[in-house]
Design a protein around this ligand. Sequence first.
Ligand code: BGC
Length: 833
Amino acid sequence: MRPDQRNPDPACELCTGDLPPAWALGYQDGDPAGEGTRETMLTLGNGYLATRGAAPEATADGVHYPGSYLAGFHNRLVGGADRPDGEETIVNLPNWLPLTFRPAGGEWYAPGRARRIHEHRLLDLRRGIYLRELLVVDRDLRRTRIRQQRLVSMANPHLAGLRTRVVAENWSGRLEIRSGIDGGVVNANTADVGGACGRHLTDVTGGADGPTLWLTALTTGSRQPVAVAARTAVEIAGADAGVPRTVVRGADDVAEVRGVDVTAGVPVSVDKTVAVGCGRDRAVHHPLTAACAELRWAGTFDVLLAEHVTAWDRLWARFRLDVGEEHGWQLPLRVQTFHLLQTLSPHTVDLDAGVPARGLHGEGYHGHVFWDELFIYPYLNLRLPELTRALLEYRYRRLPAARRQAAATGMAGALFPWQSAASGRDESPSRSPSPVTGEWQDDRTGRQHHVNLAVSYSVWRYWETTGDLSFLTGRGAELLVETARFWAGLATYDPSDDRYDIRGVLGPDEFHDGYPGRAGQGLDNCAYLNVMVAWVLARAGEACEIQDRHPGAAPWRTAEVPAAERGRWRHIARRLRLAFLPDGILAQFEGYDDLAELDWDRYRQRYGDLRQLGPLLQAEGDDPNRYKISKQADVLMLLYLFSAEELTALITELGYDFDPARIPATVDHYLSRTTHGSTLSRIAHAWVLARTDRRRSVDMLLDALGTDLADPAHSSTRAGIHLGATAGTLDILQRCYTGLEVRGDVLRLNPQLPERIDQLDCVLRYRNRLLVLHVDHQEVRITAGPGGDQPVPVAVRDQSLLLSPGATVTVALGAAPRSAAAPARQLPHPGRT
Ligand code: BGC
């Protein structure tokens, strides 16, 4: 029996099917409370278009939430009480799914209308298909079985399809089928903030043209057109059922109804093929004509399916990450890869779209972009580097907005807002509901200014990994220089001890936004910020020097950065102030040591789950700023982003006597005071622990892998996946446990596989070569793909090698034999709901 089965139905093709368990995410039946999360996890997308896994017969009713989204397609609703100028929000598109049936004279099937005897849903990850089997019985005891296959094409990003087989099990007679497009949708997947929820579509028009149903609408604020065209074919026994149809036009929707005579046990096949387009598409005149043309040229559902599966085959070959199936890790790893590719795929490369924190799977954070890309690019750099570049160029296009944002705070340079969307202006809310009480309160998270540091870090790591000189010396250098200018402007010089201070700012830890009694006023000399600033100032200077040496490569000239300015950066990068605790531990910010210790036992007893400790304290009338507590990795982010050697060098260059032997104590100090209220926190900590406490690192990784899979009923996943954690978990295996880094143009490996996995196999794309990597506890094996005339310099631990095209090298690790395998920890199985 498959793990997702509880009440197997011998007639259900999914219960009896042979889909390999490590390729199938399954749900059988399920409680209403968890439905939103299941819909998120059953989302299909292609990096351009994504559609939640809602049932085709469902409407938004508090349990179900049909939602479809296009990457980077936002709208602003104006006139809200809180923010009259609204907020840029990802738009819930017209719903292309609607498809239902009824025995003539009966009721259209919808959730709750007939008794659901069995419902089984499976995501076939390998083929990118959502399979569903449903058995219902109506008031007149007619049993009808529905089998569905759904896809959002990975071959042609504008196309999607839904195949439905209807089998009247114990009745014969007239069956009516209704297939439509619903433009009456609203954004209602999350709490409203600043006017994000509500109706984003207006001017809905729909009709029929030959076999095609179509519907267009405009977004209310940006007046962007969006279009959906659909064609529905009905067949019995492989032949066109040839039945006439009636087109029904509503105020905001359009549908067609067909009647066919069915015989008990003989399936009726209904294939709905859909094309979607919007006003931001390239190389189109109008999205409606484009969608109709796509549809006209699209093949049958079988053709669509074959093209889609081929595209997924290619993607899986490129995104392979195998750890063997015996420990139960393979399925969650594939689920992560799958959902990352739903949001960011090769199709995203041509779009003007960023990295929404909650994927294209729901309306969490209203589709906004934060700093989460920092956790995603390192993985993409070694798989699809042109995607990282495209996403960094999304940031580059928003430099003018970031310059205005900096200017608004009285600064030079560029400041990417904490939350932003299409235009790059600041979309951070000033108020939001407390996750504990639901009461609206001031939201000061938007005062985090570190997004530009994350972007700059990503520019440099992209360049190091790819050697893409034209990017670094052009747009990359401009991003670095503008970030350097902003932070250099914030740094104030204190001649008394020749130090620079950065005051009144916030680090990543959202439990601290000021000193006790001065909430919201910011903190001084945050370790994360000051070390990152020192590093970015140095890299900005280096980028200028590289550009000086390659003047032909860049349209933008860093020569405009005067020597005096570069000199000031160098000085700041050596003299920024850091604070330390008495025992040599890096302090999160100046004054951190004066904060109180929390009585953790008391709070654990009182609340159990402390992830939302900050809001819990606020609900008690207390102030989280009073305590040594952290929502997420902050100081320890530095050990996630830099190796211990790099960090030691950075702090030493700042003129501090830093003893790397204090790193384990630093990790213990912060880890024992962190609640992981952000899913990003476990990624950073799993990484940091990998070299000191591998068992805890793996536990942390497993928790992160379970983020979107566990406990559907109590999960914020209903509003989208956690994309940073999704990619971050994959990257821990790809780079952290293999010890992979690119330094000095050499690809270095220093594997430390956890005991709980026997081997790791993956495919990397490094400097235009495909490398097939195998790591186990005894050896590392790398095979270079053919092509390229230069060998790739590689180092495995201390051994340096040159890997010629097509060659394989094997290096023994000389590892001590492993101790007896630790008992495998069980991951939450997604199918148990
Ligand atoms: C975290 C941020 C993160 C955001 C979006 C918040 O809970 O604290 O660091 O960027 O979620 O994922």
